[in-house]
Structure formats: structure tokens, C-alpha cells
Ligand binder design. Structure first.
Ligand code: SF4
Length: 261
């Protein structure tokens, strides 16, 4: 799954950030993750190989943008316009942006955004009921063609149904938290969101169990390498009732699921 990180570093903003893997990983190499800086991959979508071909080709799948930061971070205000332009120019690619800063979307959208670039999906993260109620009412009013909810790391039971019933949400993703300090994810929370999606005909994906998974009262410590496969074994993904534009064909890479998010 291709990832495009035009800048790196972020600031924590809500409960889902507590164990942000960017902070954890940067700390392990003595780097301060709160320092936001452009990366060498800033112009990746327009970069070409020796024969003039784009390095990012459509067959590689959806490009997840800004997975070691937040696309709508204030520090990136001067860098973002060129990124929008790259996404517009590469209309042959699908891009996905996961954000905890949907409140900045209107101020950050490009002038020609209109109803949304057809090739850009915006995931709004709602890791608990508080963040769902804070972010989703605004999210539903924004001109976004492909709206997806990211409930990862799932920190508690969440009632998404009023927001799903309002229409306009294509897809909901749930997943537990990874890492040594992972908070528990309870299977009944995941099942409840799945049931909400089925009732409302919205596609659902159980992406990963997380490291601390609770099912029928039993606590499971699940190693990283098994978290996605164990979720897949549950077999509870739901394709949605109505045909809609294809969602990104897979979830973000497992090691990149906490941020942006
Ligand atoms: S989880 Fe996402 S929004 Fe939070 S600090 Fe990490 S990168 Fe930033």
C-alpha cells in the first residue's frame, strides 16, 4: 500500500493520539515528533523515473497521504496547497487522507475543490463517542465526495448510527490499538458498529484487533503480526447495501494506522 508523507511530525490533539506511533517511533531514535518538517518525498506524486514514467502508478492502490502527521496541521499551511495541486494533477491516482482536524478542512480546501476532487477520500477519525459527536456533525456538512469514518484506535462503544442515517458516509473502519501501552478494544464495541452499518447500508471493515483485545470476557494479548489476520478471521466485514464509488481498496498499512488518524 503506497504511502506519501510530504511532511513529518505532529501535535497530539485528542485521546486517540495518546500512544501515537509517530511519537513512539521517533523517540526510539532520539527524534522529537512534535517538530514538523517537510520530507524528501514532498513531491512524490509528480516524481518520475529514468524513463519519464511516474513513480506512483495507479495499479499500486490508493495512496495514503500524510501518515506520519496530520494533513490539516497548522504548521503545514504553507505546504498544503502544492499537495492539493499534485493530487489534482494526478487524477489517475486515488488518494486518502485521515485526519483528526476536520475542523480545519474548510479553511484548508483548495479554491477549485468544489464538491471535492473525485480522486480524494477524506477519513474523519472518531475514536470514541466524544470525538464522534464533536467531529461528525461538521464533517457531514463539508463538500467531500468520499466520506469515511476511521474508528481507530477504538477506545469505547460508539453510536455512529445518527450520522450514518444522515447519509453521505461510504465506509466505516474499526480497529484496536497497537503498541506496548495499547488500550483494550472490546469485540462487542466492534460488533455494535458493524450492526449500525448494516442497518444503514454503510460498508464496514474490521481492520485489526489491536494488541489488547477483549472478547466474551477474555483478554487476548495479540502480537502485531496477527492483529489484522485475527480481525479478518472474525469475518464481519460488510460491503454496504448500495453501489457507491470504490473505497480505497485496502486499509492503511498496519504500522501506519495510529496517526492521521
Ligand atoms: S495520532 Fe495522528 S493526529 Fe495524533 S499526534 Fe499522531 S499523527 Fe498527529
Amino acid at each position: 500500500m503506497p504511502v506519501w508523507n510530504p511532511w513529518h511530525g505532529c501535535r497530539k490533539i485528542s485521546a486517540g493520539c495518546a500512544h501515537c506511533y509517530v511519537y513512539r517511533r521517533d523517540a526510539s531514535v532520539g527524534r522529537d515528533a512534535s517538530v514538523v518538517a517537510k520530507t524528501a518525498d514532498y513531491d512524490l506524486p509528480l516524481r518520475r523515473g529514468r524513463r519519464g514514467e511516474y513513480k506512483l502508478q495507479p495499479g499500486a492502490g490508493t495512496i495514503f497521504a500524510c501518515m506520519t502527521s496530520d494533513f490539516f496541521l497548522e504548521e503545514a499551511d504553507g505546504w498544503r496547497p502544492a499537495c492539493w495541486e499534485m493530487m489534482r494533477l494526478r487524477s489517475d491516482l486515488q488518494f486518502a487522507i485521515i485526519t483528526k482536524r476536520i475542523h480545519r478542512f474548510a479553511a484548508c480546501a483548495p479554491p477549485d475543490w468544489g464538491d471535492g476532487y473525485p480522486n480524494v477520500s477524506i477519513y474523519c477519525t472518531a475514536e470514541n463517542q466524544e470525538m464522534a459527536d464533536a467531529r461528525l456533525p461538521l464533517y457531514l456538512t463539508l463538500p467531500i465526495r468520499h466520506r469515511h469514518i476511521c474508528c481507530e484506535p477504538m477506545l469505547g462503544p460508539v453510536d455512529f448510527e445518527p450520522y450514518l442515517a444522515a447519509g453521505g458516509i461510504e465506509y466505516v473502519l474499526c480497529g484496536g490499538e497497537s503498541g506496548p501501552n495499547a488500550r483494550p478494544c472490546r469485540y462487542e464495541w466492534v460488533q455494535a458498529v458493524r450492526a449500525q452499518c448494516v442497518r444503514q447500508g454503510v460498508a464496514f471493515h474490521f481492520k485489526q484487533t489491536g494488541a489488547l483485545f477483549v472478547k466474551e470476557g477474555r483478554v487476548y494479548h495479540i502480537p502485531r503480526r496477527l492483529q489484522q489476520s485475527q480481525a479478518a478471521k472474525a469475518g464481519i466485514d460488510y460491503p454496504g447495501a448500495a453501489p457507491h464509488p470504490p473505497r480505497p481498496d485496502a486499509a492503511p498499512p498496519e504500522q501506519l494506522t495510529l496517526p492521521g488518524a
